[in-house]
Design a protein around this ligand. Structure first.
Ligand SMILES: *[C@@H]1O[C@H](CO)[C@@H](O)[C@H](O)[C@H]1NC(C)=O
Ligand SMILES: *[C@@H]1O[C@H](CO)[C@@H](O)[C@H](O)[C@H]1NC(C)=O
Ligand SMILES: *[C@@H]1O[C@H](CO)[C@@H](O)[C@H](O)[C@H]1NC(C)=O
Ligand SMILES: *[C@@H]1O[C@H](CO)[C@@H](O)[C@H](O)[C@H]1NC(C)=O
Ligand SMILES: *[C@@H]1O[C@H](CO)[C@@H](O)[C@H](O)[C@H]1NC(C)=O
Ligand SMILES: *[C@@H]1O[C@H](CO)[C@@H](O)[C@H](O)[C@H]1NC(C)=O
Ligand SMILES: *[C@@H]1O[C@H](CO)[C@@H](O)[C@H](O)[C@H]1NC(C)=O
Ligand SMILES: [Zn+2]
Length: 486
């Protein structure tokens, strides 16, 4: 009895208190299904983020992308028989030297129509055997570079292009046919076609259209060009690699013609451990410069004008495969890789042959030039949008001095092209793309006072806006003012 009355007494002692101070019922309606997959947090500030569609100037560029030119380039490059790095440098018809001469002349044709804003150069060196089993004698590695000087912010450079060398089954067989139609005449064809069109326009930042050498022997040409830029303190704002963008067909014949993959690396390869520790402490591992470049490209290039959707892949490249964006990442620059959605391994790096009635080899007849042309429009939208926007805001930080309901950001203006304003973008941390945007005007700090749309609950980014509404990629703010764990 004693214990029962104690329980009765203690319940009674608490009840009046609970009744006299009810917790206000501000709960939303009970969801009809669990788990509730609506975006969370439920509050929104700002507005839904919309894609950046091509303006009339970019539309006119897209309208000029010529499928006939792209097809002619792929056929011409395949006609050199092989473009193996160790093949002839001097034969006028067959081998890498003949291909280099032809590519250089095509870039020069574009430059001739540029009124002096585009110039063509060779980035060339001799690679000696020793540290590379795919180099069996000294060989001249020459990347062709057509640089279009920006009209207002020429010190900021964007690089795009594909590799013109090819290979077949044996990586040191420099005699057998290696037409390299998809890998990577398809990428070089895009680079040449965009150089031709862009040469008569005036992007604000500079763009280098390239044809890389020595990719199949170990990314040799791209590495030398990246190091040349680094040694000369060139501000390479991003490198956009085009490697196999000419076919959407899988080995089983299924096609996926309206998607293109974009490989985007996580934490920068050159980031030091102090920065990486801070990145991990704030959940910034998915907001590297490459990932946010990828999200930007998705916003500017997935639309009815390109008839493509850019499918981000959150990794540097395919498993145990390489590409020419890698040496740029290794030199501390930003870089991403476009590649078609499917790969047919009976056509890639294969001797041209018929086995059991099946045709092997990277032949022109397998290409889908409509797809290659749509890929060119994606790259045109990407390069034009990057080169006409201001640079990214610098030193972007979020104030974590005290634990409070505020998310206070600060940043510095980009160098070069002036901005018209800035935007704070955000998304739920598990969303792949930015979902919301807050226009904050031409200021250098912003104090968001929301307990829900809060730095703990969402990922924020800051981006610049320039003339004509051209946006930069967003930048993840790093914490400042913290005393521990950041
Ligand atoms: C060509 O360049 C010259 C010198 O920079 C300039 O005066 C001229 O206006 C340009 N012409 C065109 C058509 O852009
Ligand atoms: C590579 O070959 C080209 C064409 O002959 C030549 O102009 C260039 O100087 C060579 N590069 C080197 C580093 O020797
Ligand atoms: C860049 O500079 C480094 C260090 O001086 C040097 O070893 C390398 O050969 C240079 N590379 C190029 C392509 O200029
Ligand atoms: C790490 O990198 C950052 C940004 O580049 C730099 O400010 C900092 O000094 C570096 N820290 C170390 C320990 O090297
Ligand atoms: C960061 O926040 C603290 C606390 O609210 C404030 O005192 C300080 O001024 C802020 N720092 C900056 C640079 O705004
Ligand atoms: C942010 O805004 C709130 C509300 O206006 C204010 O109380 C707070 O001090 C501001 N924080 C900073 C660091 O300015
Ligand atoms: C933070 O926001 C919550 C929810 O609006 C509010 O209940 C709380 O009092 C706020 N805290 C401070 C320190 O302002
Ligand atoms: Zn390739």
């Amino acid at each position: 009895m004693w214990s029962n009355s104690f329980i009765a007494l203690s319940v009674a002692a608490y009840l009046p208190l609970a009744i006299s101070t009810p917790i206000p019922n501000t709960s939303p309606n009970r969801p009809s299904v669990f788990p509730n997959t609506d975006q969370w947090p439920l509050a929104t500030i700002g507005k839904a983020l919309k894609a950046q569609l091509p303006d009339s100037e970019l539309q006119s560029i897209l309208a000029q992308v010529s499928q006939a030119n792209i097809e002619a380039t792929v056929r011409k490059l395949a006609s050199f028989g092989t473009r193996h790095t160790l093949s002839s440098q001097t034969d006028p018809h067959r081998g890498i030297g003949a291909a280099r001469t032809w590519i250089t002349a095509k870039f020069q044709e574009a430059a001739d129509a540029s009124n002096g804003t585009m110039s063509v150069a060779w980035n060339s060196f001799i690679k000696y055997p020793g540290d590379n089993e795919r180099i069996i004698f000294p060989v001249n590695i020459t990347t062709v570079v057509a640089t279009l000087r920006g009209s207002e912010d020429p010190e900021r450079l964007y690089v795009t292009g594909g590799h013109y060398d090819s290979r077949n089954s044996n990586p040191i067989d420099f005699k057998g046919d290696a037409p390299g139609a998809v890998d990577d005449a398809s990428g070089v064809a895009v680079s040449l076609e965009l150089a031709r069109i862009f040469a008569t326009y005036k992007p604000k930042a500079s763009i280098a259209f390239t044809a890389f050498a020595g990719e199949e022997q170990g990314l040799l040409g791209a590495r030398n060009l990246a190091q040349t830029y680094k040694n000369n303190s060139v501000n390479v704002a991003a490198m956009v690699n085009l490697d196999m963008v000419g076919n959407s067909k899988a080995e089983d014949g299924t096609r996926d013609p309206y998607n293109i993959r974009l490989f985007c690396q996580g934490a920068p390869l050159t980031e030091n451990s102090t920065i990486t520790t801070s990145r991990l402490s704030i959940g910034g591992d998915n907001d590297s410069p490459s990932r946010n470049l990828g999200r930007h490209i998705y916003e500017v290039a997935s639309n009815t004008f390109t008839e493509m959707t850019v499918r981000l892949i959150y990794r540097l490249d395919r498993y145990s495969r390489g590409g020419d964006h890698r040496p740029f990442l290794e030199s501390g620059f930003n870089g991403v890789r476009f590649v078609q959605p499917n790969e047919d391994y009976t056509q890639q790096h294969q001797d041209v042959r018929v086995k059991n009635g099946k045709q092997y080899g990277d032949l022109v007849e397998f290409l889908d030039f409509e797809y290659n042309t749509r890929a060119a429009k994606v790259v045109a939208s990407t390069m034009w949008s990057l080169a006409n926007a201001p640079g990214e805001p610098r030193n972007v930080g979020v104030n974590v001095t005290t634990s409070d309901n505020f998310s206070q950001f600060k940043w510095d203006a980009p160098l070069g092209l002036p901005v018209e304003g800035y935007e704070i973008v955000y998304r739920e941390t598990i969303e792949p793309h930015w979902t919301s945007v807050i226009e904050v005007g031409n200021v250098n700090w912003y104090n968001l006072t929301s307990a829900t749309i809060h730095k703990d609950n969402v990922i924020f980014g800051v981006r610049s806006i320039g003339k004509g509404g051209y946006r930069s990629p967003a930048v993840l703010p790093f914490p400042f003012g913290c005393s521990r764990n950041c």
